[in-house]
Design a protein around this ligand. Structure first.
Ligand code: TYD
Length: 222
């Protein structure tokens, strides 16, 4: 069910779990909704791996510390894109692909679309080149479903307490990020669930769970 290109088939062992990514600008409530989904699926008896980017393995967390460190304020945009892609390669190889291979539901707080929106569009590197780097980094592993929690940049930034290096970018940068996510979701409604992040927390959680449950029901039995 998880889509993997033939070139990457060897890297992604027998992908048969379900891969769900949460995306969105700052302060959209992704982490809360990812945790609520994980709790609900675990209560229903599924093996769930809840993880985040950048990070998810010890080495990827070390890369996270570098890429988000405000002391590297002027970090080169290509170096930034490659650090996110490097941490993602490690994350997929060591955590995500093995978990999908044993049939788990993997829920990640951010994935490739964050690189396309932040580095490809807002930093101006180009969505296509950033997408290509990430296809290589991930062995073309794509989520079965991407949940986009959509919030206006100003409202989201107002919820950030201690801004990291990316969150310290001006509101105009984050407004571009928000638009980029919307464009991605609009272009592929089958693989995205886009929801306004301003609704009631439990209503949002219920809508996400309903969509994920329908994907789980459609999963081929092993
Ligand atoms: P984090 O504290 O995890 O923020 P959030 O809770 O909003 O996910 O910081 C991750 C930051 O890194 C966030 O500002 C988005 C940014 N980012 C990118 O620019 N590119 C990426 O590929 C990823 C995964 C994150």
């Amino acid at each position: 069910m998880t889509s993997v290109s033939s070139a990457a088939a060897a890297d992604a062992p027998c992908a048969r779990g379900l891969f769900v990514a949460f995306e969105g600008g700052e302060g959209a409530g992704k982490s809360t909704q990812a945790r609520l989904l994980a709790d609900a699926l675990r209560a229903a008896g599924h093996e769930v791996v809840l993880t985040r980017e950048p990070g998810g393995t010890p080495a990827a967390e070390a890369m996270r510390a570098v890429v988000l460190d405000p002391q590297f304020a002027g970090l080169d945009a290509r170096a930034e894109a490659l650090l996110y892609a490097a941490s993602r390669a490690e994350h997929v190889a060591r955590l995500i692909a093995p978990a999908l291979g044993r049939g788990a539901v993997v829920i990640t707080d951010r994935y490739v679309d964050s690189s396309i929106a932040y580095q490809g569009v807002a930093r101006g590197l180009g969505p296509d080149v950033v997408g290509q780097i990430n296809l290589w980094a991930t062995g073309s592993l794509q989520p079965d479903l991407t949940v986009l929690l959509d919030v206006e940049a100003a409202a989201g930034l107002a919820r950030v307490v201690e801004p990291n290096r990316l969150e310290s970018e001006p509101e105009a940068f984050h407004a571009v990020v928000v638009q980029a996510f919307r464009a991605l979701a609009f272009g592929d409604p089958d693989r995205y669930l886009a929801l306004p992040a301003v609704g009631e927390r439990d209503d949002i959680a219920a809508a996400i769970l309903a969509r994920v449950e329908s994907l789980l029901r459609a999963r081929p039995t092993p």
